[in-house]
Design a binder for this molecule. Structure first.
Ligand code: GZL
Ligand code: ZN
Length: 348
């Protein structure tokens, strides 16, 4: 718990650390940013307010609609009005960029570090450095696989395995409704970033159901990086390679959008009454519209609104109150029968 004086000093110092390079960049390198400094985004009031809690956030990237919504929830939680000074870094899908950001936060001696680890492996040493510096690390969304769980203070996110189980159980019900539970079902899987908790969990959960049906054949499981473009490319390739695909399990909506385009370009019809049914994850607004249109069979929600949960943990720590080491957020699945009522006021 840092004293108020220390916080004021640090906020002032931080502002200099952030501003000076920016000013040098404008004057030193001669590059014309054409920026009116008087409109500098970090208002001077930021450092005059009573002490602010300084939070270093390493976001893994901006690969998906889900990720954008997740970042927005962090900005809402760690606002100046809420008493925070957030330093935000976008790692652009590279683990080494997240490591650099975390080390930079440590050198700036922030009060807290918050990050979504792009993959589970490889965090022990940098988390040890944060622990040695006495900076609590709060994980959100994805998880880390570390030898010592005291290397992070808390984690907030989804039960990814449960998401996969929900998807498998929906497929059972869907096939039964079509009288195809005993038929051979030919499945391809579009996976997200290799080693990500959301990929490991969704795969594990779906496979738990898959194992019960020896007539379900997974033709191919491919890493499409959670992006629309990569998914379209891989889906096109698989449609040419396999003479028939019945189901696409797509581990996020952005990849689903790419797969739907590829299926249509192949002259096939995606959907619960078409040639290929899609199972998706995240449940972003544009995808829920596709659920309503019968293009996506089920969309298993993944709740990106984690900022408030992380903020509550920080408040608890600040006030010396108890908090959970692991917090699972509420999520549901959406199908054609019930999705209608949720689309209108979906904020992402
Ligand atoms: C899930 C999150 C995943 C989303 C994708 O919590 O890690 O990352 O499902 C995003 O959209 O890329
Ligand atoms: Zn989730």
């Amino acid at each position: 718990m840092k004293s108020i004086f220390f916080r004021k000093w640090k906020a002032r110092y931080l502002l200099m650390v952030v501003l000076i390079p920016f000013m040098l960049a404008i004057n030193g390198c001669g590059r014309d940013f054409n920026v009116d400094l008087s409109n500098e985004s970090v208002e001077s009031s930021d450092i005059r307010d009573e002490s602010l809690i300084v939070v270093g956030v390493s976001q893994l990237g901006s690969e998906s609609v889900w990720r954008t919504a997740n970042t927005a929830s962090l900005q809402r939680a760690f606002s100046k009005e809420n008493g925070y000074f957030m330093i935000f870094d976008n790692a652009r899908q590279k683990q080494e960029n997240q490591m650099k950001a975390i080390r930079s936060f440590i050198s700036q001696n922030v009060d807290y570090i918050v990050f979504s680890p792009i993959m589970e492996e490889g965090w022990d040493s940098v988390l040890q450095e944060a622990k040695d510096a006495g900076i609590p690390v709060i994980l959100m969304d994805r998880k880390v696989k570390v030898s010592d769980t005291s290397l992070y203070t808390a984690w907030v996110g989804s039960d990814f395995k449960e998401e996969g189980v929900k998807a498998g159980k929906w497929l059972e019900k869907f096939l039964e409704s079509k009288g195809r539970l005993e038929d051979e079902v030919r499945i391809v899987v579009l996976q997200g970033t290799e080693g990500a908790s959301s990929v490991l969990g969704r795969t594990e959960g779906f496979n738990e159901i898959l194992r019960k049906h020896e007539n379900w054949k997974v033709l191919e499981c491919v890493n499409a990086e959670y992006t629309t473009a990569k998914a379209m490319e891989e889906m096109k390739r698989m449609l040419k390679k396999h003479e028939r695909i019945d189901v696409v399990v797509s581990q996020n909506d952005d990849m689903t959008f790419g797969a739907v385009d590829a299926i249509r370009q192949e002259g096939l019809t995606p959907g619960i009454d078409g040639d290929i049914v899609l199972i998706s994850f995240d449940a972003v607004k544009a995808a829920l519209q596709m659920v309503q249109d019968g293009v996506i069979g089920v969309d298993v929600e993944c709740n990106p609104d984690l900022g408030g949960y992380v903020q509550a943990i920080i408040e608890a720590i600040e006030n010396g109150e108890p908090y959970e080491k692991h917090t699972y957020v509420e999520e549901r699945s959406f199908t054609k029968e019930m999705v209608g009522q949720y689309i209108e006021d979906r904020i992402y």
